[in-house]
Design a protein around this ligand. Structure first.
Ligand code: ZN
Length: 315
């Protein structure tokens, strides 16, 4: 039995008709095929008045066979009710109904077996169980033994009816169970999917993190190497400037010795000396500038190395 077969069962139709009338059966059929429908769609496809559709839906809603969700129409401003069918509720109601019928039939059966009738086959006098007991199971008219009235046919019929109902209840309970199990399996699958996607996301995140740390490590290495190279360069520069300084120092010394020797000679030489002095001053000035430059470079290097040490600490 599938959903469609279930909805088309005679006992289902009977139940729905009893609850909300014969048109409700059509509504149920429509809802069973579409999961969710608003009452305007229901009324237009069944060619029934919206208000009528609404009234029978409310009857079904009272029995929890349908439920609704409402949403305001943004254009027209009124509420639109969308309806959902709950097959489980129909199954439940049907099972309940069949069980009630079974108990009623069982009651009839037991009452009938107590109310056993007896008959005198010659006079045709019929007595119930109490009367037969009173008369010692003998005919009060002719004294013939009373015969228990044949009721087996009725009882057989009754038993068959009860048995059929029991079978139907079992069938419905199995159908319900299967649907529940399917629902559980579906939810489980959805959950697994959700968990799975989360796991994948987590893995991606971890991968990205790893990639980032590798990148930063590479960067740190690069800057470190750069720092070393610059250090070497700067050291070379310093050496060069030192050798230059010593060379200049020598020249100056030589010049001063020469100028001392020439002092007494001509005034012109004084002038030239002054010129040289100026030159010397200039060179001194440029030397100072150079010193400042190297200082700055040293500072820069210091900053870089401190940055590297900081990165090292972080790592
Ligand atoms: Zn008799």
């Amino acid at each position: 039995m599938n959903k469609k077969e279930f909805i088309e069962r005679e006992d289902v139709k009977e139940l729905i008709e009893e609850i909300a009338g014969m048109h409700a059966v059509k509504v149920i059929n429509l809802l069973a095929s579409k999961t969710i429908l608003d009452e305007f769609k229901i009324s237009s496809s069944l060619k029934l008045e919206v208000n009528f559709v609404r009234s029978l839906l409310y009857k079904l809603y009272e029995k929890k066979i349908v439920s609704f969700s409402k949403e305001r129409d943004s254009k027209k401003g009124w509420w639109i009710y969308s309806w959902t069918l709950h097959i489980e509720k129909i199954i439940e109601l049907l099972i309940k109904r069949k069980k009630e019928r079974i108990s009623r039939l069982e009651e009839i059966k037991s009452r009938e077996s107590i109310n056993q009738y007896f008959i005198c086959e010659s006079c045709g006098i019929k007595m119930d169980f109490g009367e037969a007991v009173e008369n010692n199971f003998e005919c009060f008219s002719c004294g013939m033994p009373l015969v228990a009235l044949e009721k087996k046919a009725d009882e057989r019929e009754l038993n068959a009816l009860i048995g059929k109902l029991y079978d139907e209840v079992k069938e419905l309970e199995d159908f319900k169970k299967r649907r529940e199990e399917r629902e559980i399996a579906k939810k489980k699958k959805e959950l697994e999917k959700l968990v799975g996607s989360k796991r994948v996301k987590k893995k991606k995140k971890e991968k990205m993190k790893k990639g980032k740390t590798q990148k930063t490590a590479r960067k740190v290495k690069k800057t470190r190497e750069k720092g070393k190279k610059e250090k070497v360069k700067a050291e070379k520069k310093e050496e060069k400037s030192k050798t230059r300084k010593t060379k200049e120092g020598k020249k100056k010394l030589e010049k001063s010795i020469k100028s001392k020797g020439k002092k007494k000679e001509v005034k012109k030489s004084v002038k030239s000396k002054r010129g040289e002095k100026k030159k010397g001053e200039k060179s001194v000035k440029s030397k100072g500038k150079k010193k400042e430059k190297t200082k700055e470079e040293k500072k820069k290097r210091g900053r870089k190395s401190s940055l590297i040490s900081r990165i090292k600490k972080i790592l």
